[in-house]
Design a protein around this ligand. Structure first.
Ligand code: UT7
Length: 330
């Protein structure tokens, strides 16, 4: 019997209309356009209106797939939403998204692995598909980072943006799809990148809110160092394990946190610029949404059998790399 691989068969996305530029940020905190571009590669990011949850973007991204590919939502078996900004605690955003898109035969849940959320979601979804039990899984990476960013903190507000990207995963018997993965975590990461209040360890109080503990905190330099070494290590490992040289790889699709981190990873892999797909300049760091947003932006460029490496690093710490063969021509 032929081995079942989990292959991406469709991609979709949603980005809010409102643009927050570096010029806008100059008026909000002590920063400047030149610094942001040189240190991060970001020119602008998108911001979703206040009072609207992340599900709004996740639903739009999922609907764009259903519409474009003429898929009946009742055929969807499962919906996974990778996010650190769910609509509410104690209720899965995925359940709401599934209902709103009419996926009434599906089950779903959220997956929290921060900036590695989409990558870890790919792993989860692909194992379900490879098992033969489920045939159509919607994996959505979505984050409304503006809901947890302190816009008086220049260490974080210049980096993050809002957005959602989605993929449909289906079985493939021709060998296309996910080939291998190398995923890791290290709990020391919570010291350097986290939201301290609102969880069971420090429930929200007037005091925690006054001290801004409900906003994202990042020790940028420390996270940067770990991100550079871990993302490059994981990518190198996956190349070695699959006997891939830099010439074999068609594209590197890395989490868009900082252009310098992506460049460092590509350089360690010996991958030239043309093969490194980026859109960080337009959207910033959208956490779980960065990789599917790249897929959506570059879908027309990707060809069947292209060898692609996904790489990510995020809070936790969580990180890893995945090797897949692209499944279709657009
Ligand atoms: O997505 C998940 C994981 N997240 C990441 O991967 C992000 C990793 N970290 C980073 O991308 C970078 O550390 C940042 C972009 C956050 C910061 O860049 P950096 O090159 O590490 O800057 P730094 O913190 O070392 O600061 C360098 C200088 C400092 O000034 P002095 O002490 O050298 O005079 C900062 O005070 O830049 C200053 N600075 C700023 N200046 C203008 C820090 N933030 C800003 C700013 N605008 N926004």
């Amino acid at each position: 019997m032929k081995k079942i691989h989990a292959s991406i068969t469709a991609v979709g996305s949603y980005l809010p209309e409102h643009v927050l530029s570096n010029d806008d940020l100059e008026k909000m905190v002590d920063t400047n356009n030149k610094w942001i571009i040189t240190r991060t590669g970001i020119k602008e990011r998108r911001i979703l209106k206040k009072g609207i949850g992340v599900s709004f973007m996740a639903i739009k991204a999922a609907q764009s797939i259903l519409k474009k590919n003429n898929i009946n939502p009742l055929e969807i078996d499962m919906v996974i939403v990778a996010t650190i900004t769910p609509d509410m605690h104690a209720t899965a955003t995925a359940a709401y998204v599934a209902s709103e898109i009419g996926a009434n035969n599906a089950f779903g849940y959220d997956l929290n692995a921060a900036c590695s959320g989409f990558l870890f979601g790919m792993s989860t979804a692909s194992v379900y598909i490879e098992s033969g039990r489920y045939r159509k899984i919607l994996l959505i990476g979505a984050d409304k980072m503006s809901s947890i960013v302190d816009y008086t903190d220049r260490n974080t507000c210049i980096i993050f943006g809002d957005g959602a990207g989605a993929v449909l995963l289906e079985p493939n018997l021709e060998g296309m799809g996910v080939q291998d993965e190398y995923l890791r975590t290290n709990g020391i990461g919570r010291n350097f990148l986290r939201i301290e209040s609102g969880g069971s360890q420090m429930p929200t109080t007037v005091e925690t809110a006054k001290n801004k503990k409900h906003f994202i905190y990042q020790d940028g330099q420390n996270v940067f160092k770990h991100a550079v070494s871990k993302m490059a290590d994981a990518s190198e490992e996956i190349m070695k394990r699959n006997s891939l040289t830099n010439f074999d790889i068609n594209y590197l699709i890395a989490h868009q946190a900082n252009k310098r981190i992506i460049d460092a990873t590509a350089s360690r892999m010996g991958i030239i610029d043309d093969k490194v797909l980026m859109n960080i300049e337009r959207y910033g760091n959208t956490t779980a949404a960065t990789i599917p947003l790249i897929l959506s932006d570059y879908e027309l460029k990707l060809k069947k059998e292209d060898k692609i490496i996904f790489a990510a690093f995020g809070a936790g710490f969580t990180w890893g790399a995945m090797y897949l063969k692209w499944g279709y021509n657009s």
